[in-house]
Design a protein around this ligand. Sequence first.
Ligand SMILES: [Mg+2]
Length: 284
Amino acid sequence: MTESQTEKYGFLIDMDGVLYRGADLLPGAGEFVRELRVREIPFRFLTNNSQRTRRDVIAKLARMGIEAEEEHVFTSAMATARFLAEQKPDGTAFVIGEGGLLTALHQHGYAVVDHDPDYVVVGEGRTFNLELVETAVRMIMGGAKLIATNLDPNCPTANGSLRPGCGAMVAMLEIATGVKAFSVGKPSPVMMRAARKELGLSTDETTMIGDTMETDILGGVQLGFHTVLVLSGGTRREDLQKYAYRPGVVVQNLADFSDLMNRHDWGNPWQHTSAFAPLPVAVG
Ligand SMILES: [Mg+2]
C-alpha cells in the first residue's frame, strides 16, 4: 500500500448529468462506483431532486446496472426534513411535492397537513396546480414559513429537453406573497455540510463531483471542498468563462476521472497535483 492510500478522502457525487442522463448511463459511471465500493472509498450520491425516496433512487440505479445501498443516497428531501426536524421538532407542513419529500418528512416526525401548517414545503413533482398555489399563498400570508427543497430553475428530461424545476414553482409563490423562500438543497451549506458529515470526513477530505456550476461546484467551493466538474451534463467548457469561481478539475466524464484516479492507484487525488497536470484546470 502506498502512503497516499492511507490518506482519507471521499466523494459527494451528483447524479443527473454525472451518472446518467435520462435513461442513459454516462461513460464510466458504473465502473467508477464499482471501484469506490471495492476500495471502500466513502461516497454519497447527492441529488437536489426531491421526488424520489432513497429506495426509488437505488431501484433506478439498479435498472441501469449501478449497484448501491440506500445509505449511499442523500437527497434534498432528506436534507430538508432533517433541517426542519432540527428547527422545529414534531412540526407540521403543507407539501407541494411527491413521495420522496412526503416520506422524508414523515420519517422525521412531521405531520403533513392542509390546514394551518408551520411550513409550506415545495419540492419537484407533477402535482403542482393553481389550487395548491392558492392554498399555499394563503398559508404563507397567514404566517407559515416558505421552504424550498432546492431552487434549480429547470431539470433535464429523458428526451433532452427541459421541464420547470422546483425553483420555477417557488418563484411563483415568492412573487405572489413577497416572501423569500429558504432553500435547503445544493448549493446551500445546510445540505452540503450534512452530506459531508454523512461521509464522516473533514472539509479537506471531501470532493464534490457535479455537472452544474450553480449548485454542485458553487456549493463545493463555498464549503471548501475539492471540486470536479464533469462535462457530461449541462455545462460546456466554454461556459466556464462567465463564472467568478472555477472547479478544481474539469473532466469529460467519470471515465476520464477514473483514468486520473488510476494513475495514482486510487490514492487521495489531491495529494498528487501532478495527477491532474495534463488537464485544463483553469479555463479562459
Ligand atoms: Mg446534475
